[in-house]
Design a binder for this molecule. Structure first.
Ligand code: 6PG
Length: 473
């Protein structure tokens, strides 16, 4: 290990993501140094990198920090929560004013604000930079969502732009805003990811159970969809998954996988914060709940034995093409919900987000990349203050045209007892948002009836209360 500071980028946490990210940095011509407590991870990186002058690693934190050029650029790829605070505490005695610490994990945004507040007075720039694309993305080009101090970002910008995924030459990384803007955008990215994944799984269920499609047919249909308006990473990998043989059995692997979805919390955080902001993201909400329901396998099996499902539906005429249109419709509305949340959060937290930039850096590298993001980016370029995509001219036609198929699919699901709550929620969200009049007059009347909460009238200004039951209050 050289005694001089010769490396341009440091990375803490050499798990699969970390190793792949640092190899990517080194491949783009930046000398990179990794740190991990685990000697086997250090060895694995040294072996994978080959040339130690270009990429090296150590288990000694002091050696690691001393090996980095000033101002040091140190990225953390460690699990969110307490491990991030622990690493920061260990780093503090070694780093100097002007150095940058970049948290590349899925940290909760208020943790990022707290850490920035803690490190700022010490002269250390703290950055939350969401990284999406999984292990493969980290190695070949992720989408990176940085936020924090703009001047500090400039120091790491050339490295991030070199390693990020490219969409037609444009790097999928951009400075998004101050404070926790980067982590917040990544959190909502993950909320949208939950929604899209749930929608795909529902359509799969309907096509398999009602349409009678085999895994081979599903692979073919999803592959075809992926060549059209539904072109997206998640549809593409779903097609590949349907075709994967089971190495331990006879059929396809997907049928042998337990139907219990896990989660690490980012989808739930998106939902929770949307509630705090008062922004409706029902498709994301229900996707989080569906993971929770899926985890209750024993209860589901017990309940299944107590009820009967309706008999099969009326066959499969048009079901596949309806599912394609319904999925497209619900995909658009899931992006709509997430972006609406971002526009409200930007106002509330002072992020100053440019939603066209957000959509642009999601076009490649990340898990929610899809063809739909190109027109979304164009729309926000033309209307930066647009709060809800449903009000954009470019989406009026596509949503209107796909809505009858979404209704047929939802009706089919409801009448046959196949759970498609994310699709139904997207449709109800569309119907609610396009209803100039909702039945909330009755809710206001009820609130006033039992709690004297008052109401407003449609025909005159002011606040009113009625003694509904004529009793003395
Ligand atoms: C990404 C993903 C990633 C996330 C996984 C798992 O953008 O690369 O969002 O950051 O950790 O998708 O998330 P869950 O365990 O919550 O499903």
């Amino acid at each position: 290990m050289p005694q001089k500071a010769t490396y341009q980028f440091g990375l803490i946490g050499l798990g699969v993501m970390g190793r792949n990210f640092i190899l990517n940095v080194a491949e783009k011509g930046f000398r990179a140094l990794g740190y991990d407590l685990d000697q086997t991870q250090v060895k694995a990186l040294q072996q994978a990198g080959g040339d130690l002058s270009k990429v090296n690693a150590t288990t000694d934190l002091a050696v690691f920090v001393q090996g980095l050029e000033s101002p040091r650029k140190i990225m953390l790829l460690v699990p969110a929560g307490a491990p991030v605070d622990a690493v920061i505490e260990k780093l503090l005695p070694h780093v100097e004013a002007g150095d940058l610490i970049i948290d590349g994990g899925n940290s909760y945004f208020t943790d990022t604000d707290r850490r920035e507040g803690y490190l700022g007075p010490k002269g250390i720039h703290f950055f939350g930079a969401g990284v999406s694309g999984g292990a493969d993305g980290a190695r070949r080009g992720p989408s990176i969502m940085p936020g924090g101090d703009r001047e500090a970002y400039v120091k790491v910008q050339p490295i991030f732009e070199a390693v990020a995924a490219r969409y037609k030459e444009a790097p999928c990384v951009a400075y998004l805003g101050p404070k926790s803007a980067g982590n917040y955008v990544k959190m909502v990215h993950n909320g949208i990811e939950y929604g899209l994944m749930q929608l795909i799984s529902e359509v799969y269920d309907l096509l398999k159970q009602e349409g009678g499609l085999s895994n081979k047919q599903l692979a073919a249909e999803f592959g075809r969809w992926n060549r059209g308006r539904l072109q997206s990473f998640l549809v593409e990998i779903s097609a590949a998954i349907f075709g994967q043989k089971d190495p331990l059995g006879t059929g396809e692997l997907v049928d042998a996988i337990l139907d219990r979805a896990q989660q690490k919390g980012t989808g739930k955080w998106t939902s929770q914060n949307a509630m705090d902001l008062g922004v409706p993201v029902p498709t994301i909400d229900i996707s989080v709940s569906m993971r929770a329901i899926s985890a209750m396998k024993e209860l589901r099996v017990a309940a299944q034995n107590r009820y009967t499902k309706p008999t099969a539906g009326e066959g499969r005429t048009g079901l596949v093409s309806d599912c394609e249109a319904a999925l497209y419709f619900a995909f658009l509305l899931t992006y709509t919900q997430g972006l609406h949340q971002l526009s409200e959060a930007s106002r509330e937290y002072g992020y100053g987000l440019d939603l066209a930039t957000v959509a642009r850096i999601w076009r490649a590298g990340c898990i929610i990349r899809s063809a739909a993001l190109e027109p979304i980016a164009e729309t926000y370029e033309q209307q930066p203050d647009l709060s809800n995509l449903m009000l954009a001219d470019a989406f009026r036609g596509p949503l209107q045209q796909a809505s009858p198929a979404a209704r047929r699919v939802a009706a089919h699901a409801v009448s046959t007892g196949i759970p498609m709550p994310a699709l139904c929620s997207a449709l109800s969200y569309f119907d609610a948002f396009t209803s100039g009049r909702l039945p909330m007059n009755l809710i206001q009347a009820q609130r006033d009836y039992f709690g004297s909460h008052t109401y407003q009238r449609v025909d005159r200004d002011g606040t009113f209360h009625t003694n509904w039951d004529g009793k003395a209050s």
